[in-house]
Design a binder for this molecule. Sequence first.
Ligand code: ADP
Ligand code: MG
Length: 576
Amino acid sequence: MLKLFRYMMKPYWSAVLLVLLFTFFQALSELYLPTLMADIVNVGIVKGDTSFIWRVGGFMLAVAAGGMICSIAASYLASKSASGFGKILRGRVFSHVENFTLQEFDKVGTASLITRTTNDITQVQQVTIMILRMMALAPMMCIGGIIMAVSRDPGLTVVLVAALPVLALAIFIIARKGIPLFKAIQIKIDSLSRVMREGLTGIRVIRSFNRTEHEKARFNDANEDLTQTAIKVNKIMGAMMPVMMLVMNFATLAIVWFGGHRINEGHMMVGDLMAFLQYAMMIMFSLIMVSVMFVMIPRAQASAVRINEVLDMMPEIKDPEEAHQISARKGYIEFDDVTFYYPGAEEPAVSNISFCAGPGEITAIIGGTGSGKSTLISLIPRFYEVSSGRILVDDTDIRDMKQEDLRAKIGFVPQKALLFTGSIADNIRYGKEDATDEEVKHAAEVAQAADFISAMEGGYEAEISQGGGNVSGGQKQRLSIARALVRRPEVYVFDDSFSALDFKTDAKLRAALKEETTESTVLIVAQRVSTVMDADRIIVLDQGRIAGIGTHEELMENSEVYREIVSSQLSEEEIA
Ligand code: ADP
Ligand code: MG
């Protein structure tokens, strides 16, 4: 957790110092009050001496008010710096995560990343307030209290010497039982939010397969698990207070008992006994404060570790120290014996891939599901790092280019079309921020999206709801194609982007695309033979390997796998 605090130090260190200062004055005033009172009681007030009462009483009020003001100021500043710290930390984590490659996302998981940036940081933030307030106050009250108590009556401190170890032992036992449970709770919150997330994003699938009950049961299990652990923790923590009150009350009893005897014998004054009682309370309360901190800190520590895990995770794909100059060639792609393993996988997802593609050419990739098509093209924008071989874009190894330069060349349409909350125009402009209205319109027309956009209420200003819920799958695909088109990149990559389109729209779109992309390199991943038939080069993938490469006619002659695909689809169409 200390490691995280360095983020707070820069803008808030003066506030933190002020908190300490105010806390110090607060402690002074609280320590001074019982002494004041004891002196008054010891001296004794003569009946009718109103001016004395006003004078002394006014002074006590002033001291108390001063202490209160200091306490309020300290609390305010502590909350302010802790919230600011939380804000800085959230910003840090978010911008750090934005740099992650897909490899890191696979490792941590989206649900866990979300809990880490929200719940875990809140946890640390809350404890920071407590630390700022109590860490300083508790030792001051404890040490100050002991000094004052001893100065009042050294004899009675024996009672404290007996009571404090009992208190410390109780705290120790409780903390040892509670701390592991707090760590477990954090992990259980993670799994709960994972189940929750799947249940919400997958609601269509769950409904259609009638798995609602199953999902409910899964959620209940996770929920119950979390609840039981939380109950256990609270039981233990619940035991803490009564035990401490018991010890404190017995200590009070003993102090009054022995104090009474000492007063009887004339060793002690009544005021001193009253002051001593209050100091004893302060000392024990400060111990309780410390114990609460001992419980809270490990809990926040568990959160801090999880946050640090994210912050320490360095993206495995880095920009080279010296980026190559971008060469004059535009849009040449060459795969040179590329093999790629997903992290931890035993089998390569794609292996020994070699081919070239140039501007003005359409290269199609076809193959069954799971044959590695998406994997192959996700290597081009360097979402993943190749395991062996190399990929050249414009004669430069992509590892020698800045990722930004590389991706600026590419218009990528992912298999799963994703839209952002905002208007349709905003979504298309995501490809090129400064696109004019004409460019946006043109891109939409080429992507065959113009018709349904103008049919929508508001046209280009129509709002897309979260995750693109208010447009159909095919419409989503066309919008994400328009988003890539507006960029006018050197290389177009379409990952199965025509699958949700009907045959007619598919054909129209490809005809329009062909005119648009005469100077660009186009890579199309597709399932349908009709989509790839007129490509300049077709790559047939089978279990991550190239099973054939050539034009439709060449492949029909040479490739068994391709013929199988073609015949399976033709019969399908004939049936339909
Ligand atoms: P296609 O797009 O041809 O349907 P993919 O390229 O998506 O196939 O997947 C190829 C293989 O790689 C599959 O067997 C799949 O199990 C594996 N795979 C895909 N994505 C990942 C991932 N993120 N982590 C590990 N393995 C993956
Ligand atoms: Mg795919």
